[in-house]
Design a binder for this molecule. Sequence first.
Ligand code: DGL
Length: 259
Amino acid sequence: MTKNNPIGLFDSGIGGTTIWQEINLLMPNEDTIFIGDQRYAPYGIKSKQEIVDLSFKNIDYLLSLGCKIVVVACNTATTNAIEEMREKYSIPIIGIEPAIKPATILSKTSKIGILATKGTITSDFFASKVKLYPETQIIEQIGYDLVTLIETGRLHSDEMKALLTSYLLPMVDQGIDTLVLGCTHYPYLTPIIETIIPADIKIIDSGKAVAKHTKEVLEKLDLLTTNTSAGANYFFSNTDIEILKTFTPESGIVEYRDF
Ligand code: DGL
């Protein structure tokens, strides 16, 4: 693997572009290939085995394109399949998980809320992380249908606002002072969430931490690019590319691919 091979990222859909943004901000000269597995979205309601199989399919495709590292830009895939992925592949694989630890540090009330997919919240991996913080009251909420609404162009709909209100206000009533966005699609909901919950509740996600960790791993393996100008950024979808296009930068190359 050479330093100038691309960084590969995958998600079930457009959510992982929030992670791509942080990676590009930190390492603008890296070439990147992002694949949104939109034909099979959402992952959050699939079985563990289905998520493992889809993750393998995505990594195989990224490897066929010569990626030097894979960033799993999806909490659901990480919490259900990261062990299986690391067992099967020798390439470095970076995962993303809900930011429980930073939230417990930030919280003054020791009450935090976590909004994530069913697949993430019901995973053994997630349960094992929650157990590490017995002093903190962790209020979990499954974000049913949120990903589907985003993937079908209904991010700014009344339906979205109503669903979010029904998920968030019960957590507010229970006294949370920190809200963890445990799905990479959800940072796109932040402006709407801010109109629903009190302004003093902090909203956090794992994007920056994942980008920082990716850079550290590349550095350690001596795989940081030697490019001195902005990298090329490819975004592939296995469905209609129109939705993905609205979440990618103008300089990005967005194409249909059959993976
Ligand atoms: N964006 C993903 C996550 O972080 C997956 C959402 C889904 O497909 O349900 O969990």
